[in-house]
Structures are given as C-alpha cells and as structure tokens.
Design a protein around this ligand. Structure first.
Ligand SMILES: [Fe+2]
Length: 469
C-alpha cells in the first residue's frame, strides 16, 4: 500500500481536533467575559460550518466530504456591554429534520439538495443562511432557528451563492448565482427591500465554481477557472467540482446596471480563487482586484485540497487596451480574507486573514495564526496563537460611529485544544497584535468551519416577524 493510499484511508482531519463535530444544540445566557465588551456594540456574531447531525458513514480523508455536511450556525448576542447569550443550531435541511424527527420548514428550495452551511448575511431585515450553490437561503430567526427557506418574495428564481456583496453606498445587494445545473449564472441586484433592480443572464461557457465576486463603483468581477463541475465526483458523493486541465482561466468584468458595455473576459494565468480581498478603480480605464489565489486546486493530487495554499495576488485590468496583468504580491499563505465592509469598491490599506506561522507544515485551513496585511508597506503583521490553538475567520467589525479604516475591532473564535473549549476574542483593529479588548467563554466548542459574520441588530430587526416566501 502506498503512503498516499494509507493517508487517504486515515480518518479525515476534518473530523478531529478543532474540526470535530459537536453532537448537541446548546443555549446559555450571560456568558463570562474577561476584559470589557465595547458598549457601542449591538449585534450578533455568527459562525456557520459543516457539522453532521449523525455520525458520517464515511470517515476517511478520501471519502468524507467536509463541504457537503449539514450546516450548523453558532452565535453570540452582544448588547449593552454584555454577552447576552450563546446558541448553536443545525440548519433544518431535509436530512437534519429527518434525523431529529421534526417537521420540514416551509418554503421553496429550487434545488434537489437543501443543505445550507456556508455563510450568514442580513438583508431586508432578515437573517439568511447561504450555501455555495443551488439552494435558496434559509431564513433564520433572531435566535438562530430555521424559520423557512425563502425566495425573498419571488425575487430569487434560482438558488443563490454564498458571497453576495452589499454596496455600502446604495444598500443594494449584488449576487451572482451559479449552479451545477446551468452553463450560465444569474446576476441579480436587489434593492434594500429585496425587490429586483436588475436581472441578467451571464454566460459562463460551462459549469465553473464561482465562489465569490468583487464590486467596484461601475463593475462586478468574477473568475472562470479550471475548477468545474464533475459528474464523476458528484456520483462518488464527494465535492462535485474538480480541476480540469486545458481550460483557460479568465477574469470576467461585467458593467453594473446603467454602465455602458457588456461582459468582457480577460485571459489570465491559470489559478483558482475562493475569496476576493477587494477591488477598486484607480482611474476610469483601470480596475485593480486583489484575491487569494491557488496555483491549482481539487486536482486529485492531494487528498486534502485545502492544504494547497493560497497567496495574495493582484490583477490589473486595462479596459482601453483590453489586457489584464497578474502579480503575486504576498508570499505568506493565507485564506478567509476580511476587511472593512464600508470600503467595498474603494482602496483599502488593510485586510485580515487566517495564516500559518513560519515553518509549520499544517494546512492553512488548520489555522494557528492571523495576519493583518498592509497594502502600503506590503508587509503582514502576524498574531500568533498559543500552540495547538485554532482560529475562525477574523471579521472586521466597524465602529458604529467612527468611519476611519482602523476604527473598529477584529473578532474571531479561538479553540483551545487543552480544554477543548472555544472563546470569542475581540481585538482593537489598531492594536491587532496586542491584548484582547474582551474574551468571552462559550459553553461548548464551535468546530472550525466556514464563514463568520457580524450582523448589526438593526439589520435583522424584522427576522422574527417576516415570512418572505
Ligand atoms: Fe467562502
């Protein structure tokens, strides 16, 4: 037996340590706090990720599909300088309600699968849990229960994807919904009340994974990469997207509604991007985009694809010449980049991400350090966690009254393997490597998962009363 085979036959790292699923839902009030929670904060800090409701049939690295597991959302409610409560709840998909002996939540799905496990946003007063592709959002109550699946009053004809972008100046939500079932995506612009301002088909020439988009004042940007739908992988029950050699990687530049022109594709060196860092327009003929790019991914060469590390790249589009250049501008692997959401479409100085520290061979997605990248100096500032600790995605939480880029906090969940507990950590953004402002002890571990979100209380004020479908 080869080393690779025995490795593939070992228990998936996504079922162990900081990733190990939890087996119950917990509610706790008035959580213990060290330090001081900023009194200005009023909202909910969530994390969502895969957490199988029943012990998985396949547990090996080769057969356990982390991405496909039942979603669990966990959250801490922050108000008046207190950590009022913690809750963790499975998203009530068909598989979850069957396992728990409950009734299915109402509402349409628009897809054969209704597992939702990737991201949480707020829109039109509703808390919405999203998945990578296909299914409609799960509408959550303010205490994280699944109330329904929703097409937002008929606005969503197809499923959505996990990373819509909110334009901070207009309040519009921009979505690019792609699906394994179609060779095109739907570009949607929703008004703050969820009505459709714009709907457009975007031909993709196949079925690529389009995980994220970037927004500038005039354009929406996305990648068409060699990571494409694979029927064989779907039949095997693993992630149904694999690397397809020979497919030219392209950057799509689509004018926003009211902007002249149509979709343009720019050929760029091969690679794959999960997450955008940011984009802006230095002048009317140029767009600069930064993102975390992988040379290759999901190509079968590694049993654990996330161990293939992503780096910071910049693409510069010259709209007059019709060219795009690509440059790697950081040499430290990092992933799950987050920045000040008030600066979407504008130049920014900093972003925050998970990274690995120096000589470690750990995959980046077993994250034991955080970074704060500085675009002005090109240098990241590293925040190292104690040995064995693991962090969630670090989220920039803006100060509600102060607009400066450093005016806010960086917040993340941190797992301690010695006590097998998780705490919620608040840092001053301007003192990223310093002592936390506050740490909040949780009553149960949160497995390392996908995305974290800070949702202001005003942004989900209608979520308990509205039924949107
Ligand atoms: Fe993502």
């Amino acid at each position: 037996m080869s080393t690779a085979t025995s490795h593939a036959d070992s228990v998936s790292p996504y079922l162990q340590g900081a990733f190990a699923p939890v087996d119950r839902e917990v509610t706790a009030f008035d959580l213990p706090v060290e330090g001081r929670i900023p009194a200005e904060l009023d909202g909910l800090f969530t994390q969502i990720g895969p957490n199988p409701v029943q012990p998985p049939k396949h547990r090996t690295l080769a057969r356990y599909s982390f991405f496909a597991q039942d979603g669990m959302v966990s959250g801490v409610r922050i108000q008046d300088g207190r950590a009022c409560w913690f809750r963790n709840r499975w998203i009530r998909s068909r598989r979850v309600v069957k396992a728990l002996g409950e009734r299915r939540p109402p509402g349409p799905r628009h897809f054969p699968m209704d597992t939702v496990n990737t991201n949480v946003i707020a829109h039109n007063g509703l808390l919405l849990a999203l998945v990578e592709t296909g299914c409609l959002p799960a509408h959550l109550g303010s205490t994280l229960e699944t109330m329904e699946y929703t097409d937002l009053g008929g606005s969503l004809r197809h499923g959505v994807s996990a990373h819509p972008k909110l334009d901070p100046t207009t309040g519009e939500l921009h979505l690019l919904a792609y699906s394994a079932l179609r060779r095109w995506a739907e570009y949607l612009v929703l008004a703050p009340d969820s009505t459709v301002r714009h709907r457009q088909r975007v031909p993709l020439g196949g079925r690529p994974m389009v995980h994220d988009i970037a927004l500038t004042p005039h354009y929406v940007l996305f990648f068409d990469t060699p990571v494409r739908f694979s029927l064989g992988a779907a039949v095997r029950g693993t992630l149904p997207y694999t690397w397809h050699d020979g497919h030219q990687t392209r950057l799509g530049v689509l004018p926003r509604p009211g902007v002249a022109g149509g979709l343009r594709w720019f050929e760029i060196p091969d690679g794959f991007v999960f997450h955008m860092v940011g984009a802006h327009e230095p002048d009317p003929a140029r767009i600069e985009l930064t993102a975390i790019c992988y040379d290759r991914l999901f190509d079968g060469a590694e049993e654990d694809p996330i161990a293939n590390r992503g780096h910071l790249w910049r693409w510069t589009v010259d709209l007059n010449r019709g060219t795009a250049t690509a440059d790697q501008i950081g040499d430290r692997p990092n992933e799950l980049p987050r920045s000040d959401p008030r600066l979407i479409g504008q130049p920014m100085r900093h972003y925050y991400a998970l990274t690995v520290d120096g000589a470690s061979d750990a995959p980046v997605y077993h994250p034991h350090a955080l970074l704060r990248h500085d675009f002005r100096t090109g240098e990241p500032l590293i925040r190292r966690l104690p040995p064995g600790h693991a962090a969630s995605e670090p989220v920039f939480v803006p100060h509600p009254d102060r607009p400066g880029e450093d005016e806010g906090w960086v917040t993340y969940y941190e797992h301690d393997p010695n006590t097998d507990t998780t705490k919620l950590v608040w840092l001053h953004a301007a003192d990223f490597a310093g002592e936390p402002v506050a740490t909040i002890a949780l009553p149960i571990r949160i497995p390392v998962g996908f995305h974290c979100s800070w949702i202001e209380a005003d942004d989900f004020a209608g979520t308990d009363s509205a039924f949107a479908h």
